[in-house]
Write a protein that binds this ligand. Sequence first.
Ligand code: FMN
Length: 282
Amino acid sequence: MRLLFCVFSGTGNTRYACERLAAKLQALGHETDTVAIRSDVPMPEIEGYDLLIVGYPVHAFNAPTSVLSFLKKLPEGKGMGAYLVRSSGEPSKLNDASGVTPARILKRKGYEVRGEFVYVMPYNIIFRHSDGMAARMAHALELRTDRDAVTLSEGKGERRKVNAVRRATAFVLRIEHPAMPLIGKTFHVNKKLCVGCGKCAKVCPCGNITMKDGHPKFGMHCVGCMGCSFSCPQDALRISVLNLWRVNGAYSYDAPPASDDEVCRYLHGMYVRYFHESEEIR
Ligand SMILES: Cc1cc2nc3c(=O)[nH]c(=O)nc-3n(C[C@H](O)[C@H](O)[C@H](O)COP(=O)(O)O)c2cc1C
C-alpha cells in the first residue's frame, strides 16, 4: 500500500511517533510519504495513495485549530481509508474527545475513518518528567507502534468511544482555541538572551513569527503548540500567562526506564496503567 502521513507537530512528539509508525509500516512492505501540516507547505495530492494518516497533538482535549482547518481543505476522500494518530502529555481518557471533530470532518469529506492510535509522550507544558519516565514512554511507543502498524496494515482498527460528559468537557475547553491567538500575541523575547538565530520563526508551523530587527515578532495565528519556546537554544522566549509552565530542552532516552514506583505522582495510576497496557502487547 501507499500511505500518506499528514502531521502537525509543535514540539516534535507527534512527528517522532509518526516516524516510528511509518518505519514499521515500511518494514511491513508499505510505502510511506509524510507531509507536514504547516502554513508554508502546500496541500498534498491524495491521488495514488491507499490510506491517509493524520497525526496531531492533543491541545486542551481537542485537536489544534490548524489541523481542523487543514482537514477542511483536504481533497474529497472518495471512500479512502483514514486513521488518526495523536500524541498527548497525559494518558487521560478525556483526550479521546480530540478525535471526534477530526473524524467528523473526514467523514464529511468522504473518508472512512477506521481507527485511532494514541501515544503518550514526555513533553508537556505543565512540568518536566524525569529521564526515566521519558525512557519508559519511548519504550511504550515502540511496543504500541509495532502493534498499530500491523493493525493498520490489515485495515483494522477501532474508533475511541467518547461519552457525553467527556464530549461536553472537551467542548467547553475549546475556549482555548479563540484564546490562543490572543495569548500568542503577548509572547515576547528577552532581547538580552536572544541571538536572532530565527529558529523560532523557522519552527513555527503557523507562520506566526517573523524576524524584525533581529528578533522575533509574534502575529495573530498562534495555536499554542510551544514549538518556538521549546526550540529556542537560548530559552529566550517568554510565553506570557503560560510562562510558569514552560518546559524546554530535550530528554535523554538512554536513562533506565522508570519503575512503577518511580512513575510520577501526577496521574500516577493512569501512567502505570498505560505502561502496563503497552508492555502486555509483547
Ligand atoms: C496548548 C497545549 C495544550 C495541551 N493540552 C493537552 C491536553 O489537553 N491533554 C494532554 O494529554 N496533553 C496536552 N498537551 C500536551 C501535548 O498534547 C503533548 O505534549 C504532545 O505530545 C505534543 O505534541 P507535539 O510535540 O507533536 O506538538 C497540551 C500541549 C499544549 C502545548
